[in-house]
Write a protein that binds this ligand. Sequence first.
Ligand code: UD1
Ligand code: UDP
Length: 383
Amino acid sequence: MLKVLAVFGTRPEAIKMAPLIKELEKHPGRIECKVAVTAQHREMLDQVLDLFQITPAYDLNIMMPNQTLYEITARALTGLNEILEQEKPDIVLVHGDTTTTFAAGLAAFYRQIKVGHIEAGLRTGNKYSPYPEEMNRRLTGAIADLHFAPTATAKANLLREGVNPENILVTGNTVIDALLATVKDKYVFTDAALNAIDYRGSRVLVVTTHRRENLGEPLRNVYEALRDIVEQYNNVEVVFPVHKNPKVRNIVESVLGGLPRVHLTDPLEYAPFVSLMNKAYLVLTDSGGLQEEAPALGKPVLVLRDTTERPEAIDAGTVRMVGTDKDAVFNACKTLLEDSAAYEKMANAVNPYGDGRACARITAGLEYFFGLRGNKPEEFINL
Ligand code: UD1
Ligand code: UDP
């Protein structure tokens, strides 16, 4: 019996780990999977646990208002020590690049427990961008024994750093598994304001922002550009589910609060959120996950960052990096609102990040690495 402990703490980790946990649960007798959450996020994590009906065996409940990187790291690390002592798993699975990811990898390493890194190998090459995620991911990669890389590009990054190819498996991104299992064409929102929007007659811009390096002036610039867009184009509606971070909420409220055709909502549950994206005209975001999901839905994305660790959709032409300069954001929106050829060029459904079978590959990969099956699974190939 292979004992797996999956550790995560934030919304995106939960969304991307949930389908994997469900897949691992399909192998009783061979694999036992337990979940420990740090709850670095509280409400935004619980939304996902509820949707996917995941009951953690352990919940460290570490979130604090305006938490610092020091607090998250220290509270997760010490809390996980006790859990690992009790559970003694064969492998700890962590996901991506959050501070929970890094702390959980480190906690497992201190006890000489193997670490499997899901969504391994993404790199910007700039240690401060995204901050602190680029280093969280690199440090976790340095600790990890098994690297589940979503794409061939991510695998190439790991090979360049000297990782043994035998310990890497290209799987596709589990977010595409989650997305395909969740998105519905005819979705009815519980929020009346979202149902009232004319998604065909108007042009709906879906916006999300949260990156630490964008807090303050960069976010203010972006919101001012959006305000100008809404003022200039009377058929544009903005739907902006605002991250729970008070440092984001305060600026959003001060620039966009009360404006006509701007809908500021609490974070949406995953099912309504992906359906909203599916009905949107355009997505503006500094999120990592949205850069992977929106291309699969054929929605152009303007990335509100100066670097990205996800070059595949940029290469495919559906994602454009615009940064946070007010004029640059305004002009990029203007182009996609006025130039239908430019819009159509970006609005192709492409799936460079996965085919919905990443979790099956990771499960088979774990079985292979632990000697429960003979041959290494076939890798995900982006055709
Ligand atoms: C974290 C991750 C980031 C990831 C993002 C996804 C780190 C350092 N950052 O950033 O990599 O992309 O999550 O959203 O790991 N809050 C709540 N309720 C919640 C969630 C957050 O109130 O459910 C508030 C709290 O005041 C908290 C603050 O938001 O202190 C910031 O949360 P934190 O996890 O530190 O940073 P994020 O920007 O969410
Ligand atoms: N998401 C959601 N509700 C929202 C906004 C985003 O469920 O209101 C989902 C989104 O579909 C994606 C994930 O949350 O899967 C992205 O999370 P976030 O942007 O917080 O983190 P990142 O991907 O940047 O690490």
